[in-house]
Write a protein that binds this ligand. Structure first.
Ligand SMILES: [Zn+2]
Ligand SMILES: [Zn+2]
Length: 300
C-alpha cells in the first residue's frame, strides 16, 4: 500500500476517534508533513513523464488520460446545453431533457447543498476508472480523478470562491477496513492541490456506522443518511465544497451538507467525480472504447 494511503487512514482515524463507537483498527504509522509534501511533489512531477492512457493505451502523461479520451469522457459535463448537450439540474447536475430548472427530485425537496459540479456521468468508460481505483486499489488514479474534478470546477460557469475549503465525505469504518483508504479523501487531496484550495479532513465526520447503500432506493438512502454527519464549528460562515467520488441519489451529500448548513456554513457546493444519470442515455461516443456497453446506473 502506498505511503499516502496509509497516511489517509491514520489521519481519518485520528479525526474520528471518540466520535464513532470504538472499532478495533490496526496501529498505523502517521507520515510527517514533510513526507506528505514530498509525496505530493513526486506525484506532480510524475505527471510530466510519459505513460499510457488507461482507456486507450496511447501515449499520455503518466497516470492521466490522453487528451482525446479526456475530451470524450468529460465534454458533455463541461459544456453547456447551447451545443445541443443535455441540460443539467442546476442543483444536482442530473442530465435532463428539459430546461435549466431543478429536476423533479430537487424541485420537491429542500436540498442542503447549493449546486453540484461533476466531471463526467457515471457510465462506461469512466465507471471503470472509479471501480479500479476503489476496488482494484489503483491508488495513482486518485491524482487523475482529482485532476478531472479540478478541471470540471475550472470549466463551470460559476467558479468556486477563492476562500472555498474542500471537505471529503467521510468513509465508514467497514469501507476503510475493506479498502484501506477513503477514496473521497484521496480525490479531494488531489483536487485541492490542483485548485490551490485548502483541504480540511477533520471538519466533517460520521456520527454512526450504517449499512451499505448500494441496494437501497432514493427514499431509503435519504432516511438512512439522516443525521449521519456532524461537523466542526469552524465551518460557520465558510464557503465549502464537499468532495465525493460518485453522486448517485445525492442522499449522502445532502446529509453532509445539512450538517454543515446547520452549523452555519455560508455555501456548500457538491463536487462529484461522476454523476449517475437516472436512466441509460444515448450519449454519442468516439474512440477505441466506442463499442462499449451503454451507460449504466450505479445502484440507482
Ligand atoms: Zn486515451
Ligand atoms: Zn436535481
Amino acid at each position: 500500500m502506498p505511503a499516502g494511503d496509509i497516511s489517509a487512514i491514520a489521519y481519518q482515524q485520528s479525526h474520528t476517534r471518540n466520535r464513532i463507537p470504538a472499532i478495533a483498527m490496526p496501529a498505523i504509522a502517521t507520515l510527517s508533513a514533510a513526507a506528505r509534501r514530498a509525496r505530493a511533489t513526486l506525484s506532480h512531477w510524475r505527471t510530466l513523464l510519459p505513460g499510457d492512457c488507461p482507456l486507450c493505451g496511447d501515449r499520455a502523461r503518466a497516470g492521466r488520460l490522453c487528451a482525446p479520451c479526456e475530451r470524450e469522457l468529460c465534454w458533455h459535463a463541461r459544456t453547456g446545453p447551447a451545443l445541443g448537450l443535455p441540460w443539467r439540474c442546476p442543483r444536482c447536475a442530473l442530465p435532463l431533457d428539459g430546461h435549466d430548472e431543478p429536476c423533479p427530485d430537487c424541485a420537491g425537496r429542500d436540498t442542503a447543498f447549493d449546486r453540484t459540479i461533476a466531471a463526467f456521468d457515471y457510465g462506461p468508460p469512466g465507471d471503470a476508472l472509479i471501480l479500479e481505483f476503489k476496488h482494484g486499489r489503483r491508488y495513482p488514479r486518485a491524482d487523475m480523478l482529482g485532476n478531472l474534478l479540478a478541471e470540471a470546477v475550472r470549466h463551470d460557469r460559476l467558479p468556486l470562491a477563492p476562500s472555498t475549503v474542500l471537505l471529503p465525505v467521510p468513509a465508514g469504518m467497514a469501507s476503510l477496513r475493506a479498502r484501506g483508504f477513503n477514496p473521497a479523501a484521496e480525490i479531494a487531496r488531489a483536487a485541492a492541490r490542483d485548485l490551490g484550495l485548502p483541504l480540511r479532513r477533520g471538519w466533517l465526520w460520521r456520527t454512526r456506522e450504517q449499512a451499505r447503500q448500494a441496494t437501497q432506493g432514493r427514499g431509503g438512502r435519504l432516511r438512512a443518511a439522516e443525521g449521519l454527519y456532524a461537523c466542526s464549528p469552524a465551518v460557520a460562515g465558510r464557503r465549502l465544497a464537499l468532495v465525493d467520488d460518485v453522486m448517485t441519489t445525492g442522499a449522502t451529500l445532502h446529509a453532509a451538507a445539512a450538517a454543515l448548513k446547520q452549523a452555519g456554513a455560508r455555501e456548500v457546493v457538491a463536487l462529484a467525480v461522476a454523476r449517475t444519470p437516472h436512466a441509460p442515455r444515448n450519449v454519442r461516443r468516439q474512440g477505441p472504447w466506442a463499442a462499449g456497453p451503454a451507460v449504466r446506473g450505479h445502484g440507482y
